[in-house]
Design a protein around this ligand. Structure first.
Ligand code: BG6
Length: 483
């Protein structure tokens, strides 16, 4: 059972409604939150408590089985109209915070969630300190959403601003991929199976392929996305985080104190490409008009809030190398993009071939980790084809379930909120990880902005530009997943 007063900055926003309120409700239903909690929602709009409760009830409508339970939950929500730059407003917030702490007996524990534009993160953190809302009593934890900066310089400035009020172990930088069931499952696959643990290295693994494909376009986020692009939106954070879990050495224990240093080591050992290598090893693409499942979609440059001459990439692909003893020279291929053939997040671990005693070619063993929309694993192994001749054929051992259909996977946010309440930062991005990933990504961005790599185009509904396929060919392999 956890006790805390949550303060959500950006309480009227989309993220709060779609993710936070439902996640808190699920924690309430499962008994992690009982009666000893309260939520202060803040935003500029002048809402009343009643209206805010209504917003919360709407947000959890799909999860509600008992009206009384939902109303009881919503009664813990309080609203405070707030201008993040106005010190006087923090004073009112402090009074409310203390009042709720007493009323709900929350032991002074506080969780602050910044679900708003990152340019305000620094101001909020500094007011929390100057107005003594952060007062050293109980636990005090800050949750922040991506993006953590837009390059290394801005990320450093932001980190500096936050660290005036919070220590590293009080800052929980959300990467929602780290809350996904099957991403967390990579730890289990790697470290709970003797079958894999001892072959998880450069002697046995030929290459690793990470695909984060989306069939949606930029939806109503053209304004943000056109300033960001696939590299900053998906690679700097989600893909590099997943890569760090795939490539890390075995931690001494499954705790943040042991896991995080191993992940950091991977990111700090990413091979830094020079301009020549960036041109050879990284591909940027943008979608043109096309169709998916018989629906026609416009080109990226015709989407709302996107500059008509935009050079922003909606697809990024490339290869990373991790210069550690374990993975030296093993290619980690990645690709991610909008308006691809279908939504599919998966990882293929392609093993090397052993010396072959048969008179035919033998397929490589492949371990596939399916992250979404289905969750599970498959392992491609070789067996004998039924018949009197001796022929070898690959077969797939497949274990999968449809997470959405079963509806039993907790939401990523629910798990991450649970971790925050327990003070467990294993599934959050550490500052050293953020720093190391921006260091590399900045180099690629610089080369792309200088047009060192031409922008390639792909049709909506395809799996990205030809150059992404050519890249793997240069390394003597090909994308295993070709929907
Ligand atoms: C977000 C990106 O971080 O992740 C979005 O900003 C992207 O552009 C989303 O669509 C994908 O997340 P998921 O959980 O739907 O795979």
């Amino acid at each position: 059972m956890s006790k805390a007063v949550f303060t959500i900055f950006g309480a009227s926003g989309d993220l709060a409604k779609r993710k936070l309120y439902p996640s808190l409700f699920r924690l309430y239903k499962s008994g992690v939150l009982t009666e000893n909690f309260a939520v202060i929602g803040t935003a500029r709009r002048p809402w009343t408590k009643d209206f805010f409760e209504g917003v919360v009830l709407d947000a959890i409508a799909d999860l509600t089985t008992s009206k009384t339970e939902a109303q009881q939950f919503a009664s813990h929500f309080y609203y405070q109209s707030h201008d993040v730059e106005d010190a006087a407003h923090y004073h009112t917030l402090k009074v409310l915070q203390e009042d709720l702490c007493k009323r709900y007996e929350t032991d002074h524990n506080k969780v602050f969630f910044l679900a708003m534009a990152p340019q305000f993160f620094g101001t909020i953190a500094s007011h929390l300190k100057s107005e003594a809302i952060v007062d050293g009593q109980g636990f005090e934890r800050l949750i922040i959403e991506k993006p953590f900066g837009t390059d290394l310089t801005s990320a450093k400035a932001l980190n500096q601003a936050l660290s005036e009020t919070f220590n590293e172990d009080q800052i929980f930088r959300i990467d929602h991929y780290l809350g996904k069931e099957m991403i967390q499952n990579i730890f289990a696959v790697r470290f709970a199976n003797i079958l894999f643990e001892h072959v998880w290295n450069r002697d046995f693994i030929d290459n690793i392929q990470i695909t984060f494909a989306e069939s949606i376009g930029v939806e109503d986020r053209g304004g943000y996305y056109d300033q960001s692009g696939a590299l900053k939106d998906m690679v700097q954070n989600h893909i590099l985080q997943v890569l760090s879990i795939l490539a890390m050495d075995k931690p001494a224990s499954f705790s943040s104190a042991d896991v995080l240093p191993e992940k950091i080591k991977v990111l700090e050992n990413l091979r830094m490409p020079d301009d020549k290598l960036i041109v050879e090893n990284f591909v940027r693409g943008q979608y043109q008009a096309g169709h998916i499942n018989e629906n026609d979609y416009p080109a990226y440059i015709d989407e709302a809030s996107v500059a008509p001459d935009s050079k922003t990439e909606t697809f990024a692909s490339g290869v990373f190398f991790v210069d550690t003893e374990r993975f030296q020279d093993v290619p980690f291929f990645f690709r991610t993009g909008k308006r691809l053939t279908e939504k599919g997040t998966r990882i293929n671990i392609v093993f090397k071939n052993d010396a072959n005693i048969f008179s035919q070619e033998v397929a490589q063993n492949i371990l596939t980790i399916y992250i979404q929309p289905t969750e599970g694993f498959s392992l491609q192994v070789n067996g004998k084809e039924v018949g009197k001749n001796f022929a070898i054929e690959p077969v797939k051992l497949d274990f999968r379930h449809d997470a959405d259909a079963l509806g039993n996977s907790p939401e990523a946010y629910e798990k991450l909120m649970y971790d925050v309440l327990n003070g467990d930062s294993t599934n959050f991005s550490h500052w050293h990880e953020v720093k190391a990933s921006w260091t590399l990504i900045d180099e690629v961005v610089k080369a792309w902005q200088a047009d060192k790599t031409p922008l390639s185009y792909y049709k909506a509904g395809s799996m990205g530009p030809r150059e992404s396929f050519d890249l793997l060919e240069k390394y003597g392999t090909s994308w295993i997943w070709q929907p």
